[in-house]
Structure formats: structure tokens, C-alpha cells
Design a protein around this ligand. Sequence first.
Ligand SMILES: [Fe+2]
Ligand SMILES: [Fe+2]
Length: 286
Amino acid sequence: MTTTSTGPLSADMEEWDDDLHDRYPTQESAGEHKFRDYAAEVRPSVREFYRLNHINQTYDFARGKVEQYGGLNHKRMGVWEAMEYLNELVDDSDPDTDATQIEHLLQTSEAIRADGHPRWFVATGAIHDLGKILCLWGEPQWAVVGDTYVLGHPFSDKIVFSEFFADNPDSNKPEFQTPTGIYEPGCGLENVQMTWGHDEYIYRVARKYLPVEAQYMLRFHSFYPWHREGAYQHLTNEQDREMMRWVLEFNKYDLYTKTDVRPDPKALKPYYEDLFAEFFPAVIDW
Ligand SMILES: [Fe+2]
Ligand SMILES: [Fe+2]
């Protein structure tokens, strides 16, 4: 498949990433806008993105997507090849200011590498958003990016724009509205149904090749309601609580390494081909 998706498709995706910076600014940038009201300042297109995400991500929808993609029978390709494939997703409307997908991946992984972290961590940084290839297969933005959260459970008011959940059909299912929904307290995040998106997909593609810390980084990197807002504590187990610090460590690089120095994929390719060969077969299932 060689569909090239351009323009609005990826522009929306960038908007969610940009919005995260507004919501979780660095200390320095927060100081510049002391009394800002996040919800009031958010752009209408971003608000609409959250609305679509919140009304359409239902328990049945997410289970259906796991069924559809969990078998990993959509494509076979190497990891570097997947990075180039994802890079077809470019925003034509603004080619100069935003980093391309591959640049974001390499910026993240290069910052992790520069801090002397283990090689599996660098590899994780380099692949963490490859699940966005779902966009190239026609999946709508709201089913690829956005904060992730637990389904089959009351929608947490810690989720951004949680008021939109009033129009999600799951809000009317009594079995989902008990304090822990369909789950046992402390059941562990591996046993809950998360929303479907690029995180869950790349986790499923890469999980058998990387350590558990990396699996948490991949699967939960957009789970802001948990790792930044403290929601869902009652569902977590000891492993989740232990692993959260790795997710937070990763989040630092994902959110805050946008720099003006653009990484050079061509120059970096040999290093990454070696790195990937250490963890992955030459070709893997997507
Ligand atoms: Fe991501
Ligand atoms: Fe990212």
C-alpha cells in the first residue's frame, strides 16, 4: 500500500501533539503564561478533535480494532522501513515549521541516547509513534491519536474535555458505571480495555522484542489521565505503579525535545539499522 496522506489528516494529528505542549508546558514556558485558561484558549479544531474522540471511543469499538489489527497481518516490513513509511504522512500546508514524523522519532531517540540511557530505551524512542501508520490505512484521527483512557469503566473527569463523554453511548451502560466498571480493584492495566490508538498498536507490534519497561512506554505514553493526572489508581497493580516512572521518564523526551536542530535521517540510518538489528528481526509483522 502506498497511499500518501497529506494536508488536513496529519495537520490534525500535529494539532493534538501541539495541544499537549499547551496543556503540559515546561516550567519555563508555563511561567510566560501564568494565569492562562487552557480550555478557553484551545482552538476550535482541537476541541472538535477531542469531541469526536470522546463520543466514538467505545468499549466495543476498541475491542473491534484489537480484533482487526491485533493479528498483525496488515504488512511485513523492517523497523527503519516503517519509519520511512510513516514519513509519507506529511503536512503539506506547513512543511517548514513542523518536524516530520521521522524527525520527531529521531529527535526523541537522540535525546534519550545523549543522556546515556540503555539501547532498548533509545530503540523505544525511535519507534514509539510508528503506530500512527494506522492513518495511512484510513483510520480517522480520533482512532489514532489523542489521550488514551480506560473503557468499560466510568469516564474519568481527569480526561481533557470529559464533558463530551455525555454523548458516548457507553455512558448509558449501567455495567460500566459502577466505581470500578467491569473490573476488579487492582486488576492491573494489562487487564483493562484501553481506547484504540497508535500506542496500543505499536505495543502489540513490538512487545515480544523489548523489555517490560519499553512495553509500558509504548502502550501508555498517551495515557495522560494516568501518568500525569493520577486517575485510575484503583485499577493499577504493583507492576503498573513501579513502571509508571519509566513512562514518565519517556514522556519527558517525547514532549520536550522539540528542537530547532533537525536530525538527519540519512546520517543516522546506519546507527539505527544496527540498533534495530539488536532487538528486531529484519522484517516484522504489522
Ligand atoms: Fe505518541
Ligand atoms: Fe511522540
